[in-house]
Design a protein. Sequence first.
Length: 483
Amino acid sequence: MKTNRVLSVIFLTAALAVSSCNDTLTMVGTTVQPPEDLITVFTDTFRLKAQTVRMDSIFAKATNCMLGEMYDPVYGTIKADFLFQMYCEEGFRFSETPYEGKIDSTALFIMYPASSWYGDSLTPMQATVYRVKPGVLKRNFYTNDNPELYCDMSNPLATKVYTAHDQTISDSIRAITDSYDVNYYTPNIRIQMPVSFGQSFYDEMVNNPASFDTQKAFNEFFPGLYITTTFGSGNLIRTTGEYLFLRFYYRYAETDVEGNDSIVSRTQDFTVSKEVIQLNRLTNSNLEPLLEYHPDYTYIKSPAGVCTRLTLPASEFSRQPDLINRYINGLTLKLRYLPEDERLYNYFPPEYLLLLPEDSVKSFFENIKVEDNSTSFISYDGNSYSSATTSPIGYSSYARTYYFGNISPLLQNHLANNPDEDLNMMLIPVTRTVSASSSSYYSTSSSYYTTAIANSFDLAGVKIRTEDEYMKVVVLSSKFDNR
């Protein structure tokens, strides 16, 4: 650590401006300072330590989900599946009375946007569906949980062999993009469920209608489904809960105005929504090469797998004899990353990185927090002196850089509570939902604010550069020097 000390208000102001063009920093005594008071400015240079660490699991409650298995020569093998409940409208009843009280068939649909997959879209995969056991599902579910705790794995409900690119669909149908067209096509996996499974829903509605009066009662009758792949490797489908639904097919008798009877076909859907539980499971293997020490880089991989720990030697800073009288004004952090090696299916960098203390990761996601720019920070692209509030982009692909701006409040808070310990920070790949608001009525620019942050369920990976020149950070601090 190298410390420089300068006695100047002007220097402090200039240094803070260089430190961050995006964040409002605390200026101690620059407007009401008596002539006899001066400010002493300190610049301390530290070297961050970086390490790749295993991240066995992440908080599993999210709207995004993946299904399948894929191997990558750099990032290892990942297998993904998910468990979900269905939403039941209060007081649900079938719209019509099924003919002879019979449900003709039931299908589980897993829809996904066009090209929303990774790997080989023509590799054959087999999906298998299991019913969740009553009364065992919990809300705080992590991606390394064991599905055998929730399902009878010896008794599958249904199976389906599929490919992500369904070759049975003609190009003319696939080319239609107008959602109002009756032939509009969305890629999907359609899994035929047993007839008895569908019939049980209608029989329950007739014999015990209270099971459909509330979501709680419905969950007791139908706790949910778990879907995984039991054959195939080389493809992962990415979707969201809103694209999952059960569809019941039945017929009913109808009499027209002329008194003629006819049999009409009808469908009834149960969907997934934010009001019910959707849980994701991930298994990462062959991660050992990522965890080996590399002097020039560390790894980050999503979903789960590995992430990077940054350690700031704050204990060295706290040994300064006048620390108690100093204020941390500036600590700008930006991280460079390496380009990916060319291979068949390249990983892209995570869309966003979240920086926060290591001991805060669990509570951050379980309590559904967003960055507060005090103890947690979201990355941004840094272009044209942008910040997370002026850009909805999480990194600069041109500069290959993740910017975090001025993170000095994080260090200030750490020194106040744990002055004798180094500061361990985690870089977590996340997805960020933003809303935009115009800065003024006549302005064409917008400001952005975060409405939600969740662990990333995108397949992504990146190498963070850790050479000396990229790990050096400068801490600006100041104190009053009474004369």
